[in-house]
Ligand binder design. Structure first.
Ligand SMILES: C[S@@+](CC[C@H](N)C(=O)[O-])C[C@H]1O[C@@H](n2cnc3c(N)ncnc32)[C@H](O)[C@@H]1O
Length: 282
């Protein structure tokens, strides 16, 4: 494999708010791990960090059972790129014909059957690739309002993403688990590396369930106590405020900052700087 291909970022088939695709090179630059140790992600989300770190051994946990079910099915080959193509080529034209009503039909079906392919369909045709559930655990993100969402090129793009992550999973010894972050710490030893990307404190927490302050504080305590190395990914500050939790609980870790801009609208003056941080134990 030439180095250009090797350094190309692997983009997973799932999207979510807070996805770390843009931070992958920064994370790869700072995370120094024992290649024989276990790579542990208690908040794996889309998996973009794991797919690009490509550890041999990994324990990948998330509270969102649908993401975990999708990756488990890709791992055991119950879901392949061909199956995804068939599914999207069947439902895509119906979405084109019926628009929002069809999206809502699929959303209703998913809320009854919990099937990973339905989850993928919704995640790739909902508003901004958001993942959000109501208090009863029902997926409630609205439609992206593009009936032609699953045009041929878009289906191919998603299938290629499925194929790529399937290859990485097949090459390695990875375990996907649906559960809470605390379980991840039980498995951690001195040679292991825990990468943490929890829901953001003080910002939108509309992922699965809530992220109360007590959980955030407990996570900091577990991270200090574990024998494993730990890297926390978190926002540090923007022009309006700073993340006091970081200064209070993570100040003894080594901090590496990454500045990026996000846009609200197209105008240059609406570029807003945001500082993201990696806080690394050792
Ligand atoms: C910021 S996202 C992770 C994003 C991920 N690094 C990526 O780039 O795709 C946080 C994740 O934590 C999960 N989560 C929230 N609360 C959790 C908990 N108590 N235990 C485990 N996972 C949790 C959410 O389902 C979500 O996938």
């Amino acid at each position: 494999m030439n180095s250009q291909i090797e350094t190309k970022i692997i983009v997973p088939p799932i999207k979510c708010q807070g996805i770390k695709t843009k931070l992958v090179p920064f994370i790869k630059e700072h995370v120094k791990r024992n290649p024989n140790g276990l790579w542990i992600e208690p908040f794996v989300g889309t998996g973009v960090v794991a797919f690009n770190m490509r550890p041999k051994h990994a324990l990948l946990i998330d509270k969102n059972q649908y993401i975990i079910a999708l990756y488990k099915d890709i791992q055991n080959k119950k879901i392949t790129a061909t199956i995804v193509r068939e599914f999207l080529e069947y439902h895509g034209p119906k979405l084109l014909e019926k628009g929002k009503d069809y999206y809502l039909e699929i959303r209703e079906q998913f809320n009854n059957n919990g099937e990973p392919l339905f989850f993928l369909f919704l995640n790739r045709s909902d508003f901004n690739g958001m993942i959000r559930f109501n208090r009863k655990g029902k997926f409630n993100v609205p439609f992206c309002q593009k009936p032609n969402r699953f045009a041929k090129a878009y289906i191919t793009k998603i299938c290629n993403q499925v194929e790529r992550v399937a290859e990485v999973i097949a090459d390695n010894d990875w375990r996907f688990e649906n559960g809470s972050w605390k379980e991840a710490f039980q498995a951690a030893g001195e040679d292991d590396y825990i990468y943490l990307d929890p829901p953001y404190i003080g910002r939108d927490t509309s992922y699965v369930g809530e992220w109360p302050d007590e959980e955030a504080v407990a996570l900091a305590e577990y991270s200090h106590q574990t024998a494993a190395n730990v890297c926390l990914s978190m926002w540090k500050e923007n022009e309006f405020r700073r993340n006091e939790h970081l200064f209070q609980y993570w100040s003894d870790f080594t901090w590496h900052e990454y500045n990026h801009f996000y846009h609200i609208g197209a105008k240059e003056r609406n570029r807003h700087p945001m500082v993201e941080l990696l806080a690394i134990k050792r």
